[in-house]
Design a binder for this molecule. Sequence first.
Ligand SMILES: Nc1ncnc2c1ncn2[C@@H]1O[C@H](COP(=O)(O)OP(=O)(O)OP(=O)(O)O)[C@@H](O)[C@H]1O
Length: 247
Amino acid sequence: MAAVTLLRTEGLCRYFDGLRAVDGVSFSLDAGEIRAIIGPNGAGKTTFVSLICGRVLPTAGRIAFEGRDISALPAFRRVGLGIAYTFQITSIFGNLTVFDNVALAVQNSMQRTGGSGLWLDEREMAARVADALDRVGLTERHDTRASALSYGHQRLLEVAMGLALSPKLLILDEPTQGLSDAEIAGFCDLVREIAKDATVLLIEHNMDVVMDLASRITVMNNGTILSEGTPDEVRADEAVQRAYLGT
Ligand SMILES: Nc1ncnc2c1ncn2[C@@H]1O[C@H](COP(=O)(O)OP(=O)(O)OP(=O)(O)O)[C@@H](O)[C@H]1O
């Protein structure tokens, strides 16, 4: 079956004063992919995904999601279209339980997108939260205060908060940072599971994770795309080796 394009950017730019953080990026993501974005520090990776989810607005260029121009849409409208993202653990409320953090993420997104039923009934909400917690393996921690979770579990909670929005595209920014090796292995299984019914775009510094998970890799450098391809193609690319892999 022919691949369906989920997301496309054309000539996307974001400048901060004179600094070209993202500089003319034309990028395409197929539905069902696990795509990794890699590149040296300051390459523009976080700015690029921030443009996609609407946390940052473009200086120039456009972004289309399922063929619709979303370049000027605020972030919450993009969540409503099915773009969920997790950035570090800044979105977690430490004094709320694991369950309530996920429920709040769902409630916030429903209220802000102004869907027909602004409030899910309690049973529906509980089922949706339980499903997200089950998928990330936090069911037993549902009534633990988020601040009492280990760092790795807080990162999983964040993923659950994204998953509970039933995203078509889940964006993860350095999801394995701070995780133990065992937690990383579990996380890779989780991403493969998520990718059965969503597209995953992840920024990742751990090359073992990238090579293991990604169907395709986009390499950024100086705000532009340096290379793109399968893990084998990217590994063999001399420009990538020079700029990034350090070999
Ligand atoms: N809000 C901002 N204001 C000014 N400069 C910014 C802002 N956000 C990012 N930058 C700059 O844009 C460039 C790209 O940053 P970005 O965080 O997108 O890179 P990155 O590839 O994600 O890096 P890292 O791997 O270190 O997270 C950097 O030089 C950064 O300092």
